[in-house]
Design a protein around this ligand. Structure first.
Ligand code: SIN
Length: 336
């Protein structure tokens, strides 16, 4: 772990690097690029102004495009974040990460790292070698947020494009634009402009220190698959997930988490066989409510409430480490 020079009165902030486009470099003169090409030391040295915000220490936890993020890296990242924050003199953790699955990693950490010190995820939509790369300012803003005492107790945050998001609320909504991150339901955690913070209301759902989930002794997470619903859907993918050993299934349902009759029958059979079935929605917004068009009580289903399918998968994996009872799992979806 390298310490980078800064005045000793500034807060200590640990940067855990995982790769992503923020560390990306063009491979030749064309548009194509490779994520995770630059080390975290190189990214930090490219923003000397960071030395005015915090005493940074860096650790390269992984070097991947976040399409390759997985549960094993989540467990490692959670452990490294927890270890850093347990040090009395470390004020916060910043995690550099690809934007593709940042919302899932952020929500996972929001539920599993028992600390009220800030944890801030940051990425970029443009590689570091791109014209007008967004990474350097995003990183500067992320460190400014992490080093600010007002960021404590707000759960895991995501910083990009001058916005501060709650990990639970944020979703990537655009393939290429720098304003990709949106929080459809409960809005922004705040704004950050050139390191100056404007913090809004704290989050309402339980997180970090108030979370019941613990990774102590957890070496793997239960398999949970996502099945995407569509017009003319068959039952084959649901049946295949169950045969492959899924302990949980998240349906990215149409509308209010709906399925056609064929797929509904397959999902009901899965639930009868003990697989936890969560109805989420592919719409990108809104609440999936219980017992409207689908009789969740009779079929033993769980409604995802506000969580999109990929976040519902995170909560279901963690929920299944504690119970497989659909009523208990449903309560978690109303709590987190
Ligand atoms: C990735 O998620 O690693 C690639 C895309 C990005 O970081 O913007």
């Amino acid at each position: 772990m390298a310490a980078l020079p800064a005045p000793p009165t500034l807060p200590r902030v640990r940067v855990l690097a995982t790769g992503g486009t923020i560390a990306g470099a063009h491979t030749d003169g064309s548009r194509s690029y490779q994520a995770a090409a630059f080390s975290i030391d190189t990214l930090i040295r490219a923003v000397p102004q960071l030395a005015t915000l915090a005493r940074l220490e860096v650790e390269q936890v992984a070097a991947l495009g976040s399409q390759d993020m997985n549960e094993a890296v989540w467990l490692k990242l959670a452990a490294r974040a927890q270890a850093a924050l347990a040090e009395p003199d470390v004020a916060a953790v910043v995690i550099t990460h690809g934007t593709d699955t940042m919302e899932e990693t952020g929500y996972f950490l929001n539920l599993t790292v028992p600390s009220d010190k800030p944890i801030v995820l940051v990425g970029a939509m443009r590689p570091a070698t791109e014209i007008s790369a967004d990474g350097p300012m995003n990183l500067y803003n992320a460190v400014a947020v992490a080093a600010h005492p007002g960021a404590r107790g707000r759960g895991v945050l995501v910083v990009a494009n001058d916005e501060i998001h709650f990990a639970r609320e944020v979703a990537k909504t655009n393939t290429t634009q720098v304003g990709t991150f949106k929080a459809t339901h409960r809005g922004l955690a705040g704004l950050v402009h050139a390191g100056r913070l404007h913090l809004y209301a704290p989050p309402v759902r339980r997180h970090t220190t108030a979370s019941e989930f613990s990774l102590a002794g957890v070496t793997a997470l239960p398999r949970v698959d996502i099945v995407y619903a569509h017009a003319g859907m068959g039952r084959e993918l649901i049946d295949a997930a169950v045969r492959a050993g899924a302990k949980g299934l998240v349906i990215a349902g149409v509308g209010d988490g709906n399925l056609n009759a064929v797929a509904l029958a397959a999902a009901a059979a899965a639930a009868r066989a003990g697989v936890a079935v969560v109805r989420s929605s592919r719409t990108g917004g809104g609440v999936v409510e219980r017992n409207l068009e689908v009789d969740d009580d009779a079929l033993g289903f769980i409604a995802a409430d506000e969580l999109n399918p990929q976040k519902a998968r995170v909560l279901l994996m963690l929920g299944l480490t504690r119970t497989s009872d659909p009523r208990g799992l449903q309560e978690m979806f109303f709590t987190y």
